[in-house]
Ligand binder design. Structure first.
Ligand SMILES: N[C@@H](CCC(=O)N[C@@H](CS)C(=O)NCC(=O)O)C(=O)O
Length: 199
């Protein structure tokens, strides 16, 4: 299978981390692709011109990191990154959604800050930063306790890594010291360490 990704995409990183944690990375050929270039190869897999996108050998295409992660999680019986128990599954996927929400706001902030200063919206910038700060505080208050990360934890690690990559000025660690310690520990896992975005 072919995974279209960009080295700085936190969504694509989440999928790559999941592939490594599942032990299926050898089955996944990673293909660097710039979503903004909208190349024909990426558009053939994802008409939205976004990464990540996964092309399967049988011609099927899977888009959106959450769907791709669910697909990868189903490739092996163990370890599973998404619990099968109904309540635990919803908890895990909710944490993934919240972490992805940090990434969503941070990505929008990145794109907005690239626009000419006079075209940027202070209202939206303020709203995205506030959402990031609230969600970071939420995770700091409900620190992951699992010995091995699940998909929600992986999504959180990728979201915080993206804050470091693009929005160091937000200094998220200042208001979330416990989360900072957790992040330092999870960042040493080979799956996260080997997919660290280039600075
Ligand atoms: N919800 C999607 C978001 C994917 C996404 O927005 N990826 C960015 C790169 S980090 C992208 O391709 N952006 C191109 C665009 O928005 O046109 C997912 O989880 O995969």
């Amino acid at each position: 299978m072919r995974l279209f990704y960009s080295p700085t995409s936190p969504y694509a990183r989440k999928c790559r981390v999941v592939a490594i944690e599942m032990g299926v990375e050898a089955q996944v050929e990673i293909i660097a692709s710039s979503p903004m270039a909208s190349g024909a190869d990426l558009l053939a897999v994802n008409p939205l011109s976004k990464v990540p996108a996964l092309a399967l050998p049988d011609g099927r295409c899977i888009v959106d990191s959450r769907v791709i992660c669910q697909f990868l999680d189903g490739l092996a019986d163990s370890p599973r990154l998404i619990p099968t128990d109904a309540a635990a599954r919803i908890d895990c996927l909710t944490r993934e959604a919240l972490a992805d929400g940090i990434t969503d706001a941070a990505f929008l902030l990145t794109m907005e800050r690239k626009r000419p200063a006079e075209q940027q919206s202070p209202e939206w910038i303020g709203r995205w930063i506030a959402a990031i700060r609230r969600a970071v505080a939420h995770f700091n208050a409900q620190l992951p306790q699992r010995p091995d990360p699940d998909l929600g934890d992986i999504a959180l690690g990728c979201a915080l890594g993206y804050l470091d990559l693009r929005h160091g000025d937000l200094a998220w660690r200042a208001g979330a010291p416990a989360l900072a310690v957790w992040f330092a520990a999870i960042s040493t896992r080979p799956s996260l360490a080997s997919t660290m975005p280039p600075t």
